[in-house]
Design a protein around this ligand. Sequence first.
Ligand SMILES: [Zn+2]
Length: 151
Amino acid sequence: MSPELEKKLYDDFPALYSNHTLPMTETSMCYGFRCGDGWYDLINRLSFDIAKIIATDERLDPKLYTASCVKEKFGTLRFYMNQSTDEIRKEIEKATLESAKTCELCGGEGEMQTDGWMSTICGPCELERNTQREEERRRLARRDSGLMDVD
Ligand SMILES: [Zn+2]
């Protein structure tokens, strides 16, 4: 995710993401949000719901209920907490299901693609990705045949 959007999430939910400044020996949050910008809204909403659950239940210590890892895996969102509740897990599950139909690149309606690796993207983004791959393939082919200088 772009640094600007990551910063927004850190600023908007300082307690939930308080771990992001810790070293990698203590948390995976130091790597930030390892997914595309298209899931920003989804993660923003999920963060809001989780923060609300923690804030309205005085039994939950905000220092313990923090995010430990947020990433994309096999085309869907993975969101891990250091400590969780059934209510929080339910919200995470909802967001995970939503991520399977949300383009990770633009946030539009997406579909799970399984060409080579699994990812959830929309038609136009897939077309663009394939075009870029094709251009890259041609560029490498041109370079290999000596028609283009290598810098
Ligand atoms: Zn898209």
